[in-house]
Design a protein around this ligand. Structure first.
Ligand code: KG4
Ligand code: ZN
Length: 346
């Protein structure tokens, strides 16, 4: 007899997307609802925590209801509720955590706490039945840039992370300097397609030879100086630049960021003898990065397999939360109703 599937409701509110999803047995996506707040934060060029929090409060229950409805289930059919409780903006995380705890209390279902960055890794293996371990996981998002030694979905070990800006944050800030629309990642990528990545040699901050940490603030500052002059006294020259000049800056900046990311992933893979490289997080949507990482994996000796999260699951979503929660469910790793959000944990 076929055993009953385990339906997990996932909830994600760590930054600026209110998301809920139902996933069966960790793989079968029954629904995925994402209410994006891009329009609300656009004019500020970045996420404003208080605005994010208020929008999460308005959206959370409609989004959860829609996810359950689209899955064709009743609330009673849900076997557990999982929520990303770290890392992220505390005022945003608290909304998802409170909703999840309330549902668990009312429905008498178990609660599962999920690390948002570990969930990003899960997006890369969502449709992979088997792959060789160990793997190196590179998670690059708006708020984080981290490398992990991945031997199981439950215990990824942090190898390195950014010592200043996250890569996505650098994309967003450089887009503001270049007066490109928010969010910066996709608009820089679009602009960069028209530009020459070798036009300007922005610095590559690879830190020490053995370091697996990242640094992007130097590249960002170099773009700022390039546009405003070293003394920052000049006007932002972007207004008088041609589209080609702006495209060259975008392409050269993107090349510098991508090179740093790929080099660190290569070092990490070599260090732990990885057979596979996993790529996830919002910046993973960047095609240039996928291609460069693919080339690195193919030319490594021995070659490594690259698994990239499907595009719709690169940026924040709740499918990755519900999918990872299945592994915790099977391992009996439940949280209690005193669960709190944690802003900083990696
Ligand atoms: O993972 P995510 O949705 O949110 C966080 O957990 O932070 O990532 C959002 C980030 C933003 O900084 C956005 O600019 C960036 O991902 N992003 C991209 C692309 N699409 C989104 N960066 C580079 N190229 C893209 N195509
Ligand atoms: Zn994220």
């Amino acid at each position: 007899m076929q055993s009953k599937s385990i339906n997990i409701l996932g909830i994600e509110t760590s930054c600026d997307e209110t998301a809920a999803a139902v996933v069966a047995d960790g793989r079968a996506v029954k629904s995925s609802v994402v209410a994006s707040q891009v329009k609300l934060h656009e004019k500020y060029g970045g996420v404003v925590p208080e605005i994010a929090s208020r929008a999460h409060i308005e959206n959370i229950y409609p989004v959860v209801d829609e996810a359950i409805q689209q899955a064709g289930l009743d609330k009673a059919d849900i076997d557990a509720v999982a929520v990303a409780n770290q890392p992220g903006l505390t005022v945003a995380l608290i909304v998802g955590v409170t909703a999840a705890k309330t549902l668990c209390f009312a429905l008498e279902k178990p609660l599962i706490a999920i690390n948002h960055l570990h969930a990003h890794m899960q997006s890369a293996v969502l449709d992979q039945a088997d792959f060789q371990l160990p793997a190196v996981a590179l998670i690059v998002s708006g708020g984080h840039t981290s490398l992990y030694d991945y031997r199981s979905p439950l215990e990824p070990e942090l190898l390195g992370s950014t010592i200043d800006d996250a890569a996505g944050e650098a994309f967003d800030k450089v887009a503001t300097i270049l007066k490109l629309p928010y969010p910066g990642g996709p608009s820089i990528e679009k602009m960069a397609k028209e530009g020459d990545p070798t036009a300007i040699k922005f610095p590559r901050s690879l830190l020490d030879r053995d370091s697996l940490d990242f640094s992007f603030s130097g590249i960002k500052t170099a773009v700022l100086y390039y546009c405003r002059g070293q003394d920052m006294k000049g006007k932002n020259k972007v207004d008088s630049m041609s589209q080609n000049q702006i495209a060259d800056i975008a392409a050269s900046f993107q090349a510098a960021v991508v090179e740093g990311l790929v080099e660190k992933a290569r070092r990490a893979a070599e260090k732990i003898g990885a057979d596979t490289v996993l790529l996830g997080g919002g910046v993973a949507a960047n095609n240039q990065r996928r291609l460069s990482l693919q080339r690195m994996c193919e030319s490594a000796k021995p070659p490594k397999k690259l698994l990239v999260a499907p595009k719709q699951y690169c940026t924040d979503n709740a499918v990755m939360v519900a999918s990872l929660a299945y592994h915790k469910f099977k391992a009996g790793l439940f949280a209690d109703l005193t669960l709190e959000p944690k802003a900083g944990a990696l």
